[in-house]
Design a protein around this ligand. Structure first.
Ligand code: AVI
Length: 314
């Protein structure tokens, strides 16, 4: 256990230092999600300006029959991410003959809590947690013979936090570890008016700003860094050319930060790029997945803000 923690922190230290040594400083967005970061993200999902979560849930609710019909009976549902959301429960309630539910998450402690709760609520479903970082290579439990079809549930447009290269290697890996007849139910945020996009990442209450800055709080605590969090401000904007929201932390002044014996210097106005959130047109997304998956069905809301897509393996 101790070794595992040390291993993770070592990897984190290396990734963080690599990013902060670049000309355009950057930090991997997966490090947003410590306990506080996960709570802040939960608050983001309830903000008026942040349309993705409620829109995706409404799409799921409205099309649940059709979605359940597409998935069919006795499926093995693999969920990438927490498995704690109300969207998971909608599916678990509706897919009554589910053979197995396999939530995949990097946080063992958190996942065990979720799994214990779900086991009480769904005593008939076999729930098999997998502790893994799904953004790199991971394995699925061998349950062959006990289900008809694997369906990977990847909600929230989390795929948008991967750049194209990462998204392709994620899809390639997923295709390589799943059965030939596997399918995927994936949430994909769509391209839309810049003002709506920018408002979603610049909420009036400042929760997204706090979420963004919390990554520095985490580095101070876990890697012994000495960022003066008050000397950075949140900046999020839509990069039209790249089709993505970019989040940055901008240094208010010229300053120096110490991390693991290294000094990182900031000019006034220099930023750390902390997150990308890619937005797709239906065509962009079909092209992205086309080496490995066919888009079978797309469900959307009236404004075409968000899509839930059902893919099958090629
Ligand atoms: C988790 N992910 C899909 C969120 C997004 O919209 O890209 C993370 C987030 N960042 C700021 N607000 C929400």
């Amino acid at each position: 256990m101790e070794n595992q923690v040390t291993g993770y922190q070592q990897l984190m230290l290396e990734e963080v230092l690599d990013g902060l040594r670049e000309d355009q400083k950057r930090l991997p967005s997966k490090y947003f999600y410590d306990e506080e970061g996960s709570k802040l993200f939960e608050r983001i999902t309830r903000l008026d300006e942040y349309y993705p979560t409620r829109t995706e849930k409404a799409i799921l609710e409205r099309n649940l029959d059709d979605i359940a019909k597409s998935i069919g009976p006795e499926a093995m549902m693999v969920e990438l991410g927490s498995g704690s959301s109300s969207k998971t429960r909608l599916l678990l309630d509706r897919l009554s003959s589910l053979s197995a539910y396999v939530p995949v998450d990097i946080s063992e402690e958190y996942l065990l809590k979720v799994v214990n709760q779900l086991r009480m609520e769904y005593p008939k479903v076999s729930i098999i947690p997998v502790f893994a970082d799904y953004s790199s290579h991971f394995e699925l439990p061998d349950l062959s013979g006990s289900y008809r079809k694997q369906v990977v549930f990847f909600p929230g447009s989390t795929i948008g936090n991967f750049d194209y290269k990462q998204a392709r290697s994620f899809l390639r890996n997923l295709a390589s570890i799943t059965d030939d007849n596997a399918t995927m139910l994936i949430g994909v945020d769509l391209k839309k008016d810049k003002d709506i996009l920018e408002a979603a990442y610049n909420d009036a209450a400042g929760v997204t700003a706090e979420f963004n800055k919390n990554i520095l709080v985490r580095l101070n605590r876990e890697l012994n860094a000495n960022f003066n969090v008050e000397c950075f401000y949140h900046n999020a904007f839509y990069n039209e050319e790249k089709g993505r929201i970019e989040m940055h932390l901008v240094s208010e002044e010229e300053q120096q930060v110490r991390l693991n014996g290294e000094t990182i210097s900031f000019e006034e106005g220099e930023s750390i790029h902390t997150e990308n959130s890619y937005k797709y047109s239906l065509e962009d997304f079909e092209n992205l997945v086309s080496n490995w998956f066919t888009v079978e069905k797309v469900w959307s809301d009236e404004s075409n803000y968000f899509s839930l897509q059902y893919l099958s393996k090629k």
